[in-house]
Write a protein that binds this ligand. Sequence first.
Ligand code: ADP
Ligand code: MG
Length: 320
Amino acid sequence: MEFDLINRIAAQARTRNDVALGIGDDAALLRVPSNRELVACCDTLNVGVHFPHDAQASDIGWKALAVNLSDLAAMGATPAWALLSLTLPEPDAAFVDGLVEGFMQLARKADVALVGGDTTRGPLAVSVTALGFVEPGRALRRDGAKLGDAVFVSGMLGDAAAGLRLWCSGVRDPAARVLFARLHHPVPRSALGMQLASVANAAIDISDGLLADLGHIAERSSVGIELDVAAVPTSAALIAHFDEAARRTMQLAGGDDYELAFTVPPAHIGELRAIADELQVPLTRIGEVVAGSGVRVRDADGRWLESSISGWDHFGKSST
Ligand code: ADP
Ligand code: MG
C-alpha cells in the first residue's frame, strides 16, 4: 500500500532550490546555509487526543505542519523544510490526498518544502519534523528572560480552548466558526517570530496554556512572572460565547492557541510596537518578569488568584 500512497504524496509535494534531493531516496539531501544554525523540531498529532475523530483531513494536515512552524516561530527561526510521518489504519487515498492538500496549503504560504517522511500502518497519527534557520546565537530561547522584562502575547487567547469545548459538546453552530477555525486551522506566527529574534529576550509558543507555558520560561530563566488577568487579550467571539469565569480558565489554562508569549526589555518596547504595526499583529503587554519563581496572576482589583499552575493543568491537551 505504501508505495502508491507515497507517490500520491510526492506528486503534491513542493520543493525549494536548497533541496539537493527530496522524496524518493533513503534520505533527503539539504543545503544548510553556512552562516546559519539549523533549528529542528518534531510534534505529533494523535487522533482523539490532538484532533477529534470527525476532523477534516485537510485541517489535520494543516495543523500538523502549523504546530511545528509555531515551534520554529517561537525560536525566531525561518522555516525551510519538513518531513511528514503518517500512521494510517488503512490505505485511504482520499484521506491522504485531503491531508496533504491541507499540509501543502500552509507549506506554500510559509515557503516550506516537503522533503521526506514515513508511511506506516496503525492508529491514525501525523508526525511532522520541521527544520529552519536562525543566525548563530540569535535564537529565542526559554532561558533568556531578565528581571524587569515586560511579558507580551500575540493575538487573542482562549479561542482554541473555547472552540474545543463547544466542538466536544456537539455544537456545530456557524456562529462559533471563528472559534472552530482557531482550533482546527491555527496560523503560526512565523513572521513575528523571525522579527522578535532581535527584540525579545525569551519566547515560547502557547500550546499547553498560558500559565503552563510561561511557567517554562520562568523555570528555565530562574525568574518569576506576574500577570494581570484583566490585560489578557480577549476576542469578541470568546466574549459572545462564554462568561467571564469560563473565559478566564480557557485563557489561562486552555491550550492550542499557538500564539507567542515573550519577554522584552523595556528599552525594546518601541521597536516592538513598530513590528506590531508593520505585521498588523496585536501584541499585548500582560505582565512582567520579577525576582522569584513561578507564575502569579493578579485580578483587576490587584488581588492574587488562588490557582497554581498545577491547579489548571487538567484542562490541557489530555482532555481533548
Ligand atoms: P525507506 O524504506 O528507505 O525508509 P520509504 O519507502 O519509507 O523508504 O520512503 C521512500 C521515500 O518516500 C523516502 O524518500 C521517504 O522520505 C519518502 N516518504 C515516505 N513516506 C512519506 C510521507 N508520508 N511524506 C513524504 N515523504 C514520504
Ligand atoms: Mg521509511
